[in-house]
Design a protein around this ligand. Structure first.
Ligand code: BYC
Length: 472
């Protein structure tokens, strides 16, 4: 389905024939643009950025490249094509036609999920607001901005649903999403990880690897929703999400590559003396971002999750490919929890364990990139292995919240935690060191900061030396 670009708000939802919706979105748009100016990438309004813009929702149509000023980016509303005769795939209403309107009994649940999803998108842009000042290259700067405009578009996707299907309270929620801000003591973002800072590029790459990947799994679950407009919105968002995780995986990979090169050339582990990021520090950042992202899946045993599923509003990852009854009334699932000083397994109804099941899918996926990072370290002949910490480590949500558990999964006492905290999580000193490397942005095409290797290839067949951003 193509996207109509002749309208003020590009879309493939036939906006021009819905005057009421058009008015609502046109009223919201100036506030969105004001938010972008106030809270989006700082000092970048004039930059020409080599960006990808969606021009249709088929496999190739969204990869249209050219220089764009970010405030002029064609944010709009793009849903994946409607599937003929789509049916609800799970829950109590399995087999019935997917809903094209919001069923009254699921209205507040759906609104809540859409608002939570929508809230994360601008939050991440706010978290990344200052990173452009210290970009390690034009290539990286461009990738940051690509992610920022697409998160902006993902907000548009959720706001469209709120405006089109939830009437006045939907419009109010859409306004409030622009009023909450990451880290704001009075009006914070809804989920914990989105109130953390993203102060440096190592954090940015870890965030896009680990936290954007939560986005992938949550969007994939919502893409199964019985509420068809939500499912179709999330399907199209997922096509963009892949690039964000690519930026994270290759970003971390390029820092590892550079560190390993320097370790080998100079025959030393002390790469800090040479302005690079040592592998143990990277492991600590990994521990932090992985554990904070695990919290985003919610409680291990959750009646909310069970209710979402039974109602047909939020499915499992790749629901239709799972071979079971898709109702789970009698099924069981093993989850981990604390029993005194031990991490123990217990069996609970599978319906209540859906958050944990999704978390497990996510962990398995996270492990693949770590394997690739380790292969690169091994190829460089260096004896070091990056590891995902145990799921009980450093948690704030769920059965392990506040518990003192080592990265290996052993419950420890407070004294042991205190004695090891700076080995397991970035210390103030680590953060100060990483920050110290974040020099003024590198603005010369083809140059890369000392602590990161250039990419193997550029964007859209351009080389690593291409002028991805023009500052004007
Ligand atoms: N922080 O029964 P539970 C993305 C609350 S990222 C704060 O487990 P549920 C992106 C919870 O609200 C993907 N509070 O809850 C990435 C509940 O509150 P009530 C974002 C939390 O609902 C990078 C209570 O604790 N999308 O797209 O099953 C860049 C009980 O918990 C947290 C979504 O999250 C937390 N971490 O699960 C840009 C999808 N966790 O009822 C974008 C939509 C739980 O006691 N959201 N609580 O008031 C959901 O599906 C669910 O809301 C959650 C929570 C999975 C997040």
């Amino acid at each position: 389905m193509s996207i109509n670009y002749s309208e003020r708000i590009p879309n493939n939802v036939d906006l021009s024939s819905d005057r009421r919706l058009q008015r609502a979105l046109e009223a919201w748009q100036p506030n969105y643009l004001q938010w972008w100016r106030d809270m989006g990438p700082d000092g970048t309004l004039d930059y020409d950025v080599y960006l990808r813009t969606a021009i249709s929702t088929d496999a190739n149509g969204w990869a249209n490249f050219g220089y764009v000023k970010m405030p002029e980016y064609r944010w709009g509303i793009f849903l994946a094509d409607r599937e003929a005769d789509r049916r609800i795939a799970f829950g109590d209403e399995k087999g019935k036609p997917a809903w094209q309107e919001v069923p009254g009994e699921h209205r507040s649940t759906l609104r809540r999920l859409i608002v939570t999803q929508g809230d994360t998108e601008p939050a991440s842009v706010e978290q990344q607001r200052l990173l452009g000042k210290t970009a390690p290259s034009l290539y990286d700067l461009r990738n940051l901005f690509q992610i920022n405009v697409e998160e902006g578009r993902h907000l548009w996707a959720m706001v469209y649903l709120l405006h089109a299907y939830f009437g006045r309270d939907g419009r109010e929620e859409a306004e409030e999403i622009l009023q909450r801000h990451s880290g704001d003591p009075d009006k914070p973002r809804i989920l914990g990880a989105f109130n953390e800072k993203t102060p440096d590029w190592l954090s940015f790459f870890m965030f896009t690897y680990f936290t954007d990947r939560d986005g992938k799994y949550q969007l994939a679950s919502l893409a199964e929703s019985g509420f068809d407009p939500l499912a179709r919105s999330c399907r199209f968002m997922l096509t963009e999400e892949a690039h964000h995780m690519f930026v994270g995986e290759t970003g971390v990979g390029r820092i590892i590559q550079r560190t390993c090169e320097v370790m080998k050339e100079r025959k030393t582990d002390d790469v800090r003396a040479l302005g690079c990021i040592d592998l143990p520090t990277m492991q600590k950042y990994l521990n932090f971002h992985f554990s904070v992202s695990l919290d985003l899946f919610g409680q291990e045993a959750s009646t909310n999750a069970a209710n979402y599923y039974t109602a047909g509003v939020k499915g499992r990852y790749l629901e239709t490919r799972i071979d079971d009854d898709h109702q789970l009334a009698a099924a069981q699932y093993a989850i981990l929890g604390l029993d005194g000083n031990a991490v123990v397994e217990r069996t609970v109804p599978a319906l209540t364990a859906l958050n944990e099941r999704l978390r497990q899918d996510y962990i398995d996926d996270c492990a693949k990139g770590v394997l690739r990072w380790n292969k690169a370290i091994e190829r460089a002949g260096i004896d070091f292995e990056m590891r995902l910490p145990h799921r009980a480590f450093n948690r704030r949500i769920g059965g392990f919240a506040g518990a003192r558990v080592s990265p290996e999964g052993k419950v420890v006492d407070e004294a042991t935690w205190k004695a090891n905290e700076a080995k397991w999580l970035p210390s103030d000193e680590d953060r100060a060191y990483v920050t110290s490397l974040m020099g003024p942005a590198i603005t010369e095409a083809g140059k890369y900061a000392n602590w990161i290797a250039p990419p193997a290839r550029g964007i859209n067949n351009q080389g690593p030396e291409f002028e991805y951003v023009r500052f004007n």
